[in-house]
Design a protein around this ligand. Sequence first.
Ligand code: MRU
Length: 350
Amino acid sequence: MEIRPIIWRDDAVVLIDQNALPLQERELLCREYGEVVAAIKDLTVRGAPAIGIAAAFGIALGARRLDHLPAGRIRAGFFKICDDFARSRPTARNLFWAIERMGRRFDAAAAEGTAGVGDALLAEARAILEEDVAANRRMGRFGSPFLRDGDAVLTHCNAGALATGGYGTALGVIRAAHEEGKRISVFVDETRPVLQGARLTAWELRKEGIPFTLIADNMAGTLMKQGRIQLVIVGADRIAANGDTANKIGTYPLAVLARAHGIPFYVAAPLSTIDLSLGSGDEIPIEERNPEEILSLRGVRIAEEGIDVYNPAFDVTPASLVTAIITEVGVANPPSDSALRELCSRGLSR
Ligand code: MRU
C-alpha cells in the first residue's frame, strides 16, 4: 500500500499521525483549519513538502467555511487563515511556496465571483499534492544513477513518503534505485531529538522491504572510516540561491564527515524548496523548538528540570560540501547559483 500522509476525505483533512508512529498507525481527522495548523506545529505532519501540502488543504478547508460571507469578509478571512499557517513553522520554504500559490488561486477565483472560491482552492490543494508525488518520482529517476548496485547509503531524519505527498525525496531516490533492482542497503540515523529516523524512516523502509540498519547519530563517522558507507543522501527544508541547504539538525556534521572520508553527499529536493530570494544559507530562518524535546525522550524525562537547553531544529550545510542537488527537473552538479537558477527556470517553463 502506497503511503499517503495527507488526504482529503469527507470534507476533512486526514493526516497520518506521525507522532504515534511506529507503535500505532492511526489518523488525525481535521475538520477545522486550526487543527491543521496545530498538527504542523506539533509534528503530527512534518517534512518540508508535507507541511506545504497540509497547509494548502488546511487553507482550502478554512476557506470553504467562509463561502457564505460577503466578498470583503471572505478576503479578510482568507488572509487570516494564510497568516496562521505562515506562523506555524518558519524554515520550510515549501510552506510559504504553497501559501503563495493558494493566494494566487484565490485571487484568480475571486475575480470570477466568490461563490466558487472554496472549490477552486480545494482543486489547487489537490494539484499541489499530486504534482509533489509526480515530482518525487521524477527526482527518483534523476537520482538513482548515483546509487550503484551493492551501495550502502546513509540518510538522516525522514525525507520519505511521510515527509511529502508520497514516495519521498531522499528516500524516493533510494526507492527508485531499489525498484530498478539494485541491491541497496541503508544506514538510518535515529535523528535526535525527536527521532524521525528511528520512528519514521525505519517504518517506511521496513514496509518497503528495503534492507536497513538503524544507528545512533554519533556512529556515522566510525562507519565511514570503516568503509561501510558509499554515499549520503538527505532532503532539504530550504535551499538558498547559492546551494546552501537547511535540513534537520545533524545534517551539517554528516556533510563534514562525508568530505573528510571522500564520500559523496547528495541533497534531493523539489524546486518548491529552493528560495532564490536568499543569497546564502545565513539568511535562512532556523526554527528553535521546545526545550522539552531535549529534556525528555518520548515523554520520559532524562535531564533535570531548569537547566539551559538549546534546540535548533535545523542546520545549514554550505554548498561547498554538497556534491549535487537532485530536483524533479534535473541535477545541479555541483550546486551553484547559476545551476539552481537554470533548474528553476526549467521548472517554470514546464
Ligand atoms: O522537523 P521536521 O521533521 O519537519 O524536519 C524534516 C526534515 O528536516 C527533512 O529532512 C526535510 O523536511 C526534507 S523532507 C522531504
